[in-house]
Design a binder for this molecule. Sequence first.
Ligand code: K2U
Ligand code: ZN
Length: 173
Amino acid sequence: MSIRPILIHPDPRLKKTARPVPEIADSVRKLAEDMLETMYDAPGIGLAAPQVGVSSRLLVMDCVKEEGEAPRPMALVNPEVTWASEELALHEEGCLSIPEQYAEIERPAEVMVRWTDLDGQERQEHFTGLWATCVQHEIDHLDGKLFIDYLGPLKRQMITRKMAKLKREKARA
Ligand code: K2U
Ligand code: ZN
């Protein structure tokens, strides 16, 4: 298991549409394992492969936040939203690729997602609450979309400039 560096916006690799995973090889299981370790270390409750520089349709998440509740690490390969509720929900979102920036984002409150798990089994689950927000945030990453893309152009530009400055300062350090 290894912790992988997380790409920081702006980065063209975060804007690419990721390619479907052709088969569940051991390399995919290893990547998912590394992504979960990287996510817990961040800490975060979700992580998509493009965020660690791999342009493949794989995401991990564990949105269990209650202390004492057993963690529920999930790895979704080639995930697809097959149904989304009309009802919308507003949630404050952040992103491990856009550190320290948060905004209220509106998304369908509930989604049905179909994916292949690491055993190669087809799965389908109905997500609500924070799980629904998170899985939609992660699937957006697979399509090269960031939560700031839902903001107005001025706010998005301000955040992008702030991140670019942060990266320049880090590069100088
Ligand atoms: O994709 C990522 O960057 C991981 C996000 C996922 C996420 C963002 C917004 C809402 C739900 C999930 C990170 O977990 S950011 C840290 C975080 C943790 C809890 C709630 C919001 C943000
Ligand atoms: Zn994110």
